[in-house]
Ligand binder design. Structure first.
Ligand code: CTP
Length: 401
């Protein structure tokens, strides 16, 4: 059941006809739907169709001010509790990602603070174009939610990703988000993300391939589900766009150890998604090492196992580890679950395509301490994060019974 003021933004693609069914279904579910169309959208479907289905006026022109008391795009922007762009063409995604405000749709979007869901629809090659990918990533970084198009027959004859997701599925996603929005309210979530950096001298260091994407996705999803989040992060390009997240930047495994221990006691859920260095140079040189004839051997010493130390001092925290493996993932993952005294482990076969370091997607297996196993098939790191929190919530509830 959806009980919201939903602003449906329809841009100009053939899939605009599916937005009619979407309007009708949302209205039947109890939502109050208002529609903005771009000029190109109105070439595919008449505004009158949306007016009849939504029983509300349809907006197409920024300068067509229907009520002299109000400025329509600001009024609509404030009215909306949720914005859905469906279908979102490559053009509209590009405009929004670049802050353009040249139509009723784009001006309203810029003026609104409501959560925005984007359901793209375009030709498969357009969908794969680096410009489109870059624009979508930018929007995702700003907190926009993407409802990815399913693979199937496209109007242009190609088969592939690019088709607008079915109206029923779009509504399911909105309902699921609405239901889960308060799932973690009142909870404090501590997440570690990214790589660590272990210095050799002022210009060199050891690090690893972690980009922080999974940890940042977990932090953002936790915040969206109502939690207060502390994100302890190694050096990464990722950005935080939610004011419920306090970001603490660190560089070395030792600094991560200190920060994770500092915030641990006041946390309810602790997730260690970071890829921590197991070894660091025994000596850190204050000056740049000059090259010498012959070999240079760097002696390494072990860093502290942060997760293990948290497992040892754990009281009521739900402690989740990640296991990045390239072979025997389940066996090694279960071993870490036991040895580090965890409540659950997320096993990640980093050798698999679509999983692991740097990818925007992931494929993981979640195993709790009763060895109940859930395999999460390939999905965006945010979608995986959402599923992980649902499983954590399930296990937390089971614990409290
Ligand atoms: N971890 C940690 N401190 C370390 C090393 C790892 O807290 N010094 C945590 C990671 O954040 C992750 C989990 O332990 O949640 C597993 O990390 P992984 O690198 O897969 O395994 P290791 O424990 O380092 O074991 P191995 O090197 O044998 O794979």
């Amino acid at each position: 059941m959806i009980q919201k003021n939903i602003l449906l933004c329809v841009s100009g693609g053939i899939a605009a006809y599916k937005a009619c069914a979407l309007t009708s279904k949302l209205t039947q579910k109890g939502a109050n739907v208002k529609v903005i169309m771009t000029e190109s959208a109105s070439k595919f479907v008449s505004p009158l169709t949306f007016q009849a289905l939504s029983r509300n006026p349809v907006y197409t022109d920024t300068f067509d001010e229907k009520d002299p008391e109000k400025i329509a795009h600001i009024d609509l922007a404030d009215w909306a509790e949720l914005i859905l762009i469906a279908p979102a063409t490559a053009n509209i995604i590009g405009k929004v990602a670049n802050g353009m405000a040249d139509s009723m749709l784009t001006t309203t979007l810029l003026a609104s603070q409501a959560p925005v869901y984007v359901a793209p629809a375009m030709n498969v090659h357009m969908y794969q174009h680096p410009a489109v990918i870059k624009n979508m990533r930018k929007l995702e970084e700003w907190g926009y939610h993407f409802i990815e198009p399913g693979a199937g027959y496209l109007a242009c004859g190609y088969v592939g990703k690019g088709r607008l997701e079915e109206p029923e599925t779009i509504i399911e996603v909105l309902e699921e988000h609405q239901n889960n929005n308060l799932l973690l309210s009142g909870k404090r979530v501590l997440v570690s993300a990214g790589p660590t950096r272990e210095k050799i001298d002022p210009v060199r260091f050891f690090t690893n391939r972690s980009t922080g994407k999974m940890g940042f996705a977990l932090a953002h999803v936790a915040a969206e589900m109502g939690a207060e989040v502390i994100l302890v992060s190694g050096p990464t390009e990722q950005k935080v766009n939610n004011n419920r997240i306090i970001r603490v930047d660190i560089e070395t495994a030792e600094e991560m150890y200190e920060k994770m221990n500092e915030f641990f006691s006041e946390s309810d859920i602790v997730i260690k998604a970071a890829a921590v260095a197991d070894y660091r140079p025994k000596t850190i040189y204050n000056q740049k090492m000059k090259k010498q004839p012959g070999e240079w051997n760097i002696e390494m010493e072990r860093t502290k196992d942060i997760l293990k130390s948290l497992g040892e001092k754990k009281t009521n925290q739900f402690l989740v580890g990640f296991a990045a493996e390239t072979n025997n993932p389940l066996e090694y993952g279960l071993d870490k679950l036991e040895k580090k005294n965890l409540d659950a482990i997320v096993i990640n076969n980093v050798a698999e395509e679509g999983a692991g370091f740097g990818a925007d997607t992931n494929i993981v297996t979640y195993v709790n301490r009763f060895h109940e196993k859930e395999e999460l098939s390939i999905a965006s790191k945010k979608a995986i994060a959402r599923k992980l929190f649902l499983l954590i919530d399930r296990d937390l509830r089971a614990d409290s019974q």
